[in-house]
Design a protein around this ligand. Structure first.
Ligand SMILES: NC(=O)c1ccc[n+]([C@@H]2O[C@H](COP(=O)([O-])OP(=O)(O)OC[C@H]3O[C@@H](n4cnc5c(N)ncnc54)[C@H](OP(=O)(O)O)[C@@H]3O)[C@@H](O)[C@H]2O)c1
Length: 305
């Protein structure tokens, strides 16, 4: 299922929601910016319904975040080393820390109670719902944990384009099926504000995460290479970057509009023409094979975690 931009939709029931981001680093900040931008575009007058509490560990990160988000200061509170206050005050918790500190963040005394019955959206690449519950139970076996106070967890991996509400977010089909209808609606609404959402089966999740979440890095490398070629021929860098980015955007739009990649290539490359000569160089260098290897290597790394 792919959810499209819900620019005109409101958060469920339009009651106020407080979202805590426990670990508001690169991806957390992208999500935060996307949510705030969506809220500004949807809300009118005093109908602003979203408050965000962003948590970091170091004071310098808090200062940096505050200055990045200065224009949103009425909607965002930044806390340093105070996940508990954030979790207690929020009704939706985004887990945005690195997996290495998951136990530290969730194992804190009282955290399970603070998250009781709440919606938890984990953006940790490769972390399963089971691992998150284990961290939350602080070493207790699943059977000894009181199910009544368990939060509802969904693993969803947006990408950095959340900042501009163009994320391709991957969600676990299994996790979402375990949410109550209200929490499912709420999670869908929040994620759809960041861009598009696709639900995948468990066995496709890791590759899905790599394609959509690591993808911007690989695409940026290709974009940089295309632009660099133009720069080396004398095109000013700011134009070259714009041209490469717009060309990628246009190509993506054609494919999203129904053209196959092969069709786009065929439409550009006249036999024996200059574009085809360049394409041959790409094929000889096995760019496609390199990209396949890159994604498979990243998938192996995520599985090993
Ligand atoms: N970056 C991406 O494109 C991307 C894509 C997909 C998934 N992810 C996932 O997103 C998660 C975060 O990645 P990232 O790239 O955003 O990392 P990051 O920039 O290093 O952000 C991690 C954040 O966690 C904070 N933090 C560390 N310990 C904490 C604690 N005990 N309590 C509260 N906050 C704490 C850090 O604060 P300080 O700065 O103060 O240390 C920082 O703000 C990872 O699990 C990753 O798998 C990231």
């Amino acid at each position: 299922m792919v959810v499209t931009h819900p620019i005109t939709r409101s958060l469920v029931q339009r009651r106020e929601h407080v979202i805590a981001i426990l670990g508001c680093g690169k991806l957390g900040t992208a999500i935060l910016r996307g949510l705030l931008d969506a809220e500004q575009n949807i809300s009118v007058g005093d109908h602003r319904k979203l408050k965000i509490i962003a948590c970091v560990r170091r004071a310098e990160s808090a200062t940096k975040l505050q200055s990045t988000l200065a224009s949103y200061k009425d909607s965002v509170v930044v806390l340093t080393n105070d996940n508990m206050t954030a979790a207690s005050q929020a009704d939706v918790i985004v887990l945005g820390c690195k997996s290495g500190v998951l136990h530290e963040v969730l194992g804190e005394a009282g955290m399970r109670e603070s998250l009781s019955g709440k919606l938890v959206i984990s953006i940790l690449a490769g972390a399963t719902e089971g691992q998150i519950r284990m961290a939350l139970s602080n070493g207790q076996s699943a059977s000894s944990v009181n199910k009544e106070i368990e939060p509802q967890i969904i693993c969803a991996i947006p990408n950095v384009a959340s900042a501009v509400r163009q994320s391709m977010t991957v969600v676990s089909k299994v996790d979402r099926a375990s949410l109550t209808p209200e929490n499912f609606a709420l999670a869908s609404d929040i994620l759809a504000r960041l861009g598009w959402v696709v639900e995948l089966d468990e066995n496709h999740l890791n590759m899905g995460f790599i394609l959509s979440a690591a993808g911007p890095a690989y695409i940026a490398v290709m974009l940089e290479a295309l632009a660099s070629a133009a720069v080396s021929s004398g095109v000013p860098r700011e134009y070259a970057l714009q041209m490469a980015a717009r060309t990628m955007q246009g190509t993506a739009e054609l494919i999203l509009g129904g053209d196959s990649p092969a069709k786009v290539t065929e439409n550009v490359c006249t036999p024996l023409g200059c574009s085809e000569k360049g394409l041959k160089v790409i094929q000889q260098g096995n760019l496609s094979g390199i990209l396949v290897n890159a994604l498979q290597e990243a998938e192996r790394a995520i599985v090993k975690r």
